[in-house]
Design a protein around this ligand. Structure first.
Ligand code: M6R
Length: 631
């Protein structure tokens, strides 16, 4: 979490550029924002509580700067205050730093440096203070290296030094990407921050840093046509074969780049980096006609399922074969992606009669006793950056197990660090609540399950039919009906959801959706578990959602729904058929084993409308961030 962005180059509107870029990273955290810049050898800092999306970039129109860093924060250490907002700086105001992650040993360093020098409660402030201390006897690069070697934790930082007009970025567990422009450089937690300026990137890997030298003054001639100052840089490239992981990236191997120096933090050895061309379109992440990204992304499910199955037979069959050959196959992910993994467990059992084990990624490392070189870990992640998932992968790799990932973001850390990676092709998902990514992930698991039993084409046909039925389902009348149900239950404080078999994970996923955007206490249960305790929570009028699919467990779920009704619950049934026990009936198409894909969609909409009707922001709910890069 937290978005960081740095710019160094000839443009003099660096502050505006960085603020604009930070707006594209806001999904990573939105408690506060801040920028720092080298203004003619003096440090300029501006930071505030609140969302950066509300800031008019023009406030920096008359403040010229060509070395700038910025940050959008998801608070970990220290409350949400202006002082705790990043960037943090050294006492002498020569060094400023932005950080994403956690510095675990910050207390020890703060005690050593002297608490009286600190003005914030953050872990990050130790970094500029430490650099400044080493700076007394070292140059900037050596001082940053010395400081980094003292830090423990998972983090990424960007630091600037106003004296030497340099920018240094380092990665130890959190993502950082260098954008290579014409005579200018960008460093960000994610590519959209600078995508409008360059599509050429270099990925920093763990334990690596990059030193980017700038011109010490802004007195260079201005290229009038481009509004930029003129500098020179050179680089030599040779073509290299693609890694085959992110299919829309072309790679070149960079042997020299005059103002960029990559080093290994532990050994100080120079590193050669690959130059990767990102073939993304910047425009595809706009809200368009919709009030919120969440609604837009729910509606996009008319198309995203078809995009998910647009994979070559060869790739899917190869993955099915890898799973078949594994001895001990684990599915793992966090939050919604975790619930998708759980659904996958049922799909594999029902369709392929193959046992796979689900474990939430944050729990996975404790399974290490069961891992061997023949084991396979299948991780699922929209962002491809989730720290708990990366840790699960590390646990698997330690035991030499193979890792297969299913991600949405090409070039993400999880994609790059797995043995094989499959893209769901859902397009950018900006709302914190995962919607279209979840259905695309389930689509791929279903497809692979069919491929496991030589029925890939049958799976493709089923999923194409699901896509077409979702297209029919998401019509204006359907949306109005779901909004009416939201209106009926919006004042309730508690809501329960039940499902069985492959719809049990959907009950859990429904709860996440409703909790995170409407702040209503929602809980999902395996339908048969209610009578063992939770039914005591139900009283007259308590809204309860029941997933009643046309499958072998239908009668069981109906009985459990009746038990709820007998205690006064208000029953919202999600089913292809109307049943007497329902007070409200949300009609979904009958798509057999793929029922979780159609069942979850009305609940995504319900969560959205509950949020809006309760006056909340569904895209940026409190306390959350889209990309969870801390443990
Ligand atoms: O990017 P990931 O798919 O790895 O993210 C995992 C979870 O943080 C995520 O699904 C989260 O639970 C969503 N906000 C739920 O809507």
């Amino acid at each position: 979490m937290c978005g960081i962005f740095g710019y160094i180059g000839p443009r003099t509107n660096g502050l505006e550029l960085v603020v604009d870029g930070l707006k594209k990273l806001e999904y990573r955290g939105y408690d506060s924002w801040g920028v720092a810049a080298d203004r003619g050898g003096e440090l300029f800092v501006e930071k505030h509580v609140g969302k950066i999306s509300g800031i008019d970039t023009k406030i920096f129109k008359n403040t010229s700067a060509s070395l700038v860093i910025g940050h959008t924060r998801w608070a970990t250490h220290g409350g949400v205050t202006d002082i705790n907002a990043h960037p943090h700086f050294s006492g002498d105001k020569t060094v400023a730093v932005v950080q994403n992650g956690i510095i675990e040993n910050y207390k020890e360093i703060r005690d050593e440096l002297g608490r009286e020098y600190f003005i914030s409660q953050t872990d990050t402030e130790v970094i500029p203070q430490l650099i400044a201390r080493y700076r007394k006897t070292m140059n900037f690069q050596e001082a940053v290296l010395a400081a980094l070697r003292r830090l423990k934790g998972r983090y990424a930082i960007v630091a600037i030094n106003v004296g030497t007009h340099q920018l240094i970025a380092a990665r130890c567990g959190c993502p950082l990407i260098v954008g290579i422009g014409q005579d200018e450089h960008f460093v960000a937690s994610d590519i959209p921050a600078f995508l409008e300026y360059t599509q050429e990137v270099m990925y920093l890997d763990d334990n690596e840093m990059v030193i980017i030298d700038g011109e010490a003054s802004d007195e260079r001639p201005l290229d009038q046509a481009r509004g930029r100052r003129v500098t020179s840089s050179k680089r030599r490239e040779t073509s290299r074969p693609s890694s085959g992981q992110a299919r829309d990236e072309k790679e070149k191997f960079v042997t020299d780049h005059s103002s960029l120096h990559f080093l290994n933090i532990e050994t100080s050895q120079p590193i050669q980096k690959r130059l990767v061309n990102i073939d993304w379109k910047a425009e595809s992440a706009e809200k368009g006609e919709y009030d919120h990204y969440m609604l837009k992304e729910i509606m996009e499910q008319k198309a995203t399922i078809l995009r998910a199955i647009d994979q070559s037979d060869e790739d899917i069959l190869k993955i099915a074969q890898t799973i078949r050959e594994s001895r001990g196959c684990f599915f793992s992910g966090c939050g919604t992606a975790g619930k998708v993994c759980m659904a996958g467990e049922y799909f594999f059992s029902i369709i392929a009669q193959r046992h796979v084990n689900y474990a939430p990624a944050s729990e996975f490392p404790v399974y290490h006793h069961f891992l061997r070189p023949e084991s396979l870990l299948v991780v699922i992640s929209q962002s491809g950056e989730t720290a708990d998932v990366l840790e699960a992968m590390e646990a698997a790799k330690k035991k030499k197990a193979r890792v297969l990932s299913i991600v949405n973001v090409a070039g993400s850390t999880i994609a790059r660090q797995s043995d094989t990676s499959l893209l769901i092709n859902a397009g950018p998902e900006k709302a914190v609540a995962s919607t279209k990514a979840a259905t695309s992930q389930m689509t791929l698991l279903l497809l692979i399950a069919y491929a496991m039993t030589e029925r890939l084409q049958e799976g493709r046909r089923l999923l194409a039919e699901v896509a077409s039925k979702i297209n029919d389902m998401l019509n204006p009348r359907f949306l109005v009906y779901i909004k009416e149900i939201a209106q009926l239950i919006r004042e309730h404080n508690n809501l329960y959801i039940i499902g069985k078999a492959e719809n049990y994970p959907m009950a859990l996923e429904s709860a996440i959706k409703i909790q995170e955007v409407s702040y209503i206490h929602a809980e999902g249960f395996a339908a048969g578990e209610l009578k063992h305790g939770p039914i005591a929570l139900v009283s007259h009028g308590t809204p309860c959602i029941a997933f009643v699919a046309n499958d072998e467990v239908r009668e069981d779920v109906l009985s459990n729904t009746m038990e709820l009704k007998a205690r006064g619950a208000y029953i919202i049934g999600v089913s292809p058929e109307r049943h007497d026990v329902f007070d409200e009936w949300i009609h979904v198409p009958d798509v057999g084993v793929a029922s979780p894909l159609v069942n979850i969609i009305p609940i995504q909409l319900l969560a959205y409308y509950l949020s809006v009707l309760r006056g909340l922001d569904p895209d940026m709910p409190r306390n959350l961030a889209k990309s969870v890069t801390v443990k």
